[in-house]
Design a protein around this ligand. Structure first.
Ligand code: MTE
Length: 327
C-alpha cells in the first residue's frame, strides 16, 4: 500500500560502484523508514540517513559521475525547456502538463514490483532499488515519434542490472512495464476515460540487456521531476520516446509480446519495435527530419537515432519485418 507522506526526504549514502558511479552526501536516497526496514545501513564512518539538500531552484540534488562514453552531437536542451514541454497523458493530452504533474503526483514512498517469469520476484521501495543499483549520468538524445527531439543529461542505472536482479527464466522473452494506475494522482486519467489506462510498454529481454537501455531516476543533477516520470522511468535512446514509459510500478517478465498503450490505441501508427528510422514515415508526417526543440532547427533524423553501432545487432535477424521494426 502506498502511504502518502510527500516530501519526507532522507538519504542513505552508498559506496562507489565498479563503474565509478556514486551518490554523494547531498544525494537522495529517500524513504529512510523503508531503508531501515530493509536492513540497509551505511558502512563504518558513513552517514546513514541525511537530510536531502534542496538546490537553488527547489529541485532535490542528485549528483552522479558522468559516463564519458556517451557523447552528444548537439547542444544540451536547457532544463527549463525539458521540464515544461512534456508528454505525460495522465495529466492531459498536450505538452503543458508540468504544473499538474508537480501538484498531483506523489513519487515517494513508491514501490516497484518485479514479477512474472523470474527466479527472484521482488517488491521493493524505489529508493532501496536505486541504492542497490547505483547511479551514473549519461547524455542521451531523445527522438519523439512526433518528430521533435531533445538532449538530456539523465541519471540512472543500466536496465541490464535490473534484469540481472530479476533472474529471468528461459521462457521470459519480454518485459511488460506499467505506470501507476492511481487516478487520484493524475487528473487526466479520470477526465480521459477513453484511453486504455494504465500506460503500458514492452521491450524484449534482449533489448533490456543492451548497454544503452537506461532506467532514469534523475536529470540535470537532480532527482527526476514529476513531469519527466518520477520516481523511475525508462529511456532507450534508439527508440521513439513513447517507449520511454514514466513513473513505473511494475516490471513483468513474460513470454508473450506485450501490447503498449499507443499500440492499443492505434497499431497502424505506433508499433511494438518503434526504432527510429528516417526512411519509414509516420502515416501522417515525415520521419526524415526532426525539430530540435530548443533551437527550432530542422535536422536529418538518423537510423536508430544515431545509436546503430550499439543496437543494430539486436535487429540483424528482424530486418525482414520492414516498416514494422520502425514504427
Ligand atoms: N509515460 C507515461 N506513463 N505516459 C505518457 O503519456 N509519454 C511518452 C513517454 N512516456 C508518456 C510516457 C512519450 S510520447 C514521450 S515522447 C516521452 O514520455 C516524453 O518524455 P519527456 O516528457 O520527459 O520528454
Amino acid at each position: 500500500m502506498l502511504i502518502r507522506t510527500k516530501k519526507r526526504w532522507q538519504i542513505n549514502e552508498r559506496e562507489a560502484t565498479p563503474e565509478g558511479a556514486y551518490l554523494n552526501r547531498r544525494q537522495i536516497m529517500a524513504g529512510g523508514a523503508a531503508l531501515a526496514g530493509a536492513g540497509l545501513t551505511a558502512g563504518p564512518g558513513q552517514a546513514q540517513q541525511m537530510a536531502l539538500e534542496t538546490g537553488p531552484d527547489g529541485g532535490l540534488i542528485l549528483n552522479a559521475a558522468r559516463n564519458e562514453k556517451y557523447v552528444l552531437d548537439r547542444p544540451m536542451t536547457p532544463e527549463a525547456i525539458n521540464t515544461t514541454y512534456n508528454n505525460f497523458y495522465e495529466y492531459g493530452s498536450h505538452k503543458q502538463i508540468s504544473a499538474a504533474a508537480e501538484r498531483e503526483l506523489i513519487p515517494r514512498p513508491w514501490e516497484v514490483t518485479i514479477d512474472g517469469l523470474v527466479d527472484n520476484p521482488i517488491t521493493m521501495d524505489v529508493d532501496e532499488l536505486i541504492n542497490k543499483m547505483g547511479v551514473e549520468e549519461r547524455l542521451y538524445r531523445l527522438r519523439c515519434v512526433e518528430a521533435w527531439s531533445m538532449t538530456v543529461p539523465w541519471i540512472g542505472f543500466a536496465m541490464s542490472k535490473l534484469v540481472d536482479l530479476a533472474q529471468p527464466q528461459n521462457d521470459a522473452r519480454f518485459i511488460r512495464m506499467e505506470t501507476f494506475s492511481d487516478g487520484s494522482m493524475a487528473s487526466g486519467v479520470g477526465s480521459q476515460p477513453w484511453y486504455p489506462w494504465p500506460y503500458v510498454e514492452g521491450v524484449t529481454v534482449e533489448e533490456a540487456r543492451n548497454e544503452l537501455a537506461f532506467m532514469v531516476v534523475g536529470a540535470y543533477g537532480k532527482i527526476v521531476p514529476n513531469q519527466m516520470g518520477a520516481p523511475i522511468r525508462l529511456h532507450m535512446p534508439w527508440k521513439f520516446g513513447f517507449k520511454a514509459i514514466k513513473s513505473i510500478v511494475r516490471f513483468s517478465f513474460v513470454s508473450e509480446r506485450p501490447i503498449g498503450f499507443w499500440e492499443e490505441i492505434q497499431a497502424k501508427e505506433y508499433g511494438f519495435w518503434a526504432n527510429v528510422n528516417p526512411k519509414f514515415d509516420h502515416p501522417r508526417w515525415t520521419q526524415a527530419t526532426e525539430r530540435v526543440l530548443h533551437t527550432d532547427e530542422r535536422v536529418p533524423t538518423l537510423l536508430y537515432n544515431g545509436y546503430g553501432e550499439e543496437v543494430a545487432g539486436l535487429y540483424a535477424d528482424k530486418e525482414k519485418l520492414g516498416r514494422v521494426l520502425y514504427m
